[in-house]
Design a binder for this molecule. Structure first.
Ligand code: SF4
Ligand code: SF4
Length: 333
């Protein structure tokens, strides 16, 4: 099991409630970007490029907490940009906890060791540390010597002080599957509670960058990674893994992971921007969801990212006894 038991139970109840209400589309994870600013500059980052004109903007606490309530999503992924540079990050975390949501605070962890005291200790708060390879590779991707060591130091410090920690790894075209396996085994041995992996995002803002895997390459690479990590606490659901290794097809469910940032509700998804909506309802109601996904929009052709397909994986899990059992084991055992 890679995610907290209570979180999985709450997600189960939430999903049942949405179904009883007859909802076709509903969010699981709100991707909340209180600022697009970052303290580093990674090669594969679309955010700091797409929103370069909004780098000076910090959303207000009211805007951020309003988005949490408006979406109703049980899980909030605090991302960006680097959310720890947001001036009211402690207040924001506390405000989300007060609303009984689960928080994944996505961070490059470069300053986390010395700022840990700012964060409340709660089972609902999970630091999600970004690591894309072992030291040499990770430092090169982040263009920052020592970045890997600082992130690992933060992981150790957070665990030592009783915080929950997971890791988030993006697999790029140049990534070595053996190194990704080594990384996963290393962070698991240090106490990371869940390992999240996803193929790289081919952001519209990075068009022309030759960093990302195509679908067939993704399947090949993830098949090898799966063999090396399947005994570890994985954060991705079993059905999403089936999708990554080519055992199952899934339809895009970008509506399950809506993104809110200083420009508004980003539609249709974390990667593509066709419109920023003023309201969450506007995003859900006015986006022509049926026009997106592989085989429909050429920009979606190679996409297999978790924020596009994990929602579909959760819903798909309810369609067969075998997948329900696997989901049960992943959630509770
Ligand atoms: S740490 Fe994250 S937000 Fe910052 S540049 Fe790298 S990928 Fe982008
Ligand atoms: S497949 Fe879905 S998540 Fe991926 S780029 Fe297209 S709309 Fe976005």
């Amino acid at each position: 099991m890679g995610t907290p038991l209570a979180q999985n139970l709450e997600l189960l109840v939430y999903t049942a409630r949405m179904r009883l209400r007859g909802k076709q589309r509903y969010p699981f994870v709100l991707m909340l970007e209180p600022t697009e600013r970052c303290n580093v500059s990674c090669d594969g980052c679309g955010r700091i490029r797409e929103y370069k004109d909004l780098m000076h903007v910090n959303m207000s606490l009211q805007q951020c907490l309003g988005a949490v309530e408006e979406s109703g999503a049980p899980v909030v992924s605090l991302c960006g940009g680097e959310p720890t540079v947001y001036p009211w990050i402690s207040e924001l975390v506390q405000g989300i906890l007060d609303r009984r949501r689960w928080i994944y605070l996505c961070t490059n962890a470069q300053t986390l060791t010395r700022t840990l005291h700012k964060y409340p200790r709660s089972k609902r708060l999970i630091f999600n540390i970004h690591l894309d390879g072992m030291a040499k590779t990770h430092d090169a991707i982040m263009n920052l010597p020592g970045a890997f060591d600082r992130a690992i130091d933060a992981l150790r410090s957070a665990k030592a002080r009783g915080y929950r920690v997971c890791t988030n790894t993006t697999v790029f075209k140049e990534s070595d599957p053996e190194e990704i396996i080594e990384l996963c085994r290393h962070v698991a041995s240090l106490g990371a509670e869940a390992l999240l992996l996803s193929p790289g995002f081919s952001y519209t803002a990075l068009q022309g960058a030759d960093l990302f895997l195509g679908r067939e390459q993704t399947r090949q690479v993830f098949r090898r990674i799966w063999e090396g990590v399947k005994d570890l606490p994985l954060g991705n659901t079993p059905v999403y893994w089936d999708f990554l290794i080519g055992k199952k097809e899934l339809a895009c469910s970008a509506w399950a992971n809506p993104t809110f940032n200083p420009a508004g509700w980003k539609g249709p998804c974390y990667l593509i921007t066709d419109q920023h909506h003023k309201t969450f309802e506007g995003l859900m109601e006015d986006t022509p969801w049926e026009l997106y996904g592989t085989g429909k929009d050429p920009r979606c052709a190679q996409c297999m990212v978790h924020c596009g397909y994990e929602g579909a994986a959760i819903i798909e899990s309810g369609k067969s006894i075998r997948d329900m059992w696997r989901m049960f084991r992943w959630s509770f055992l």
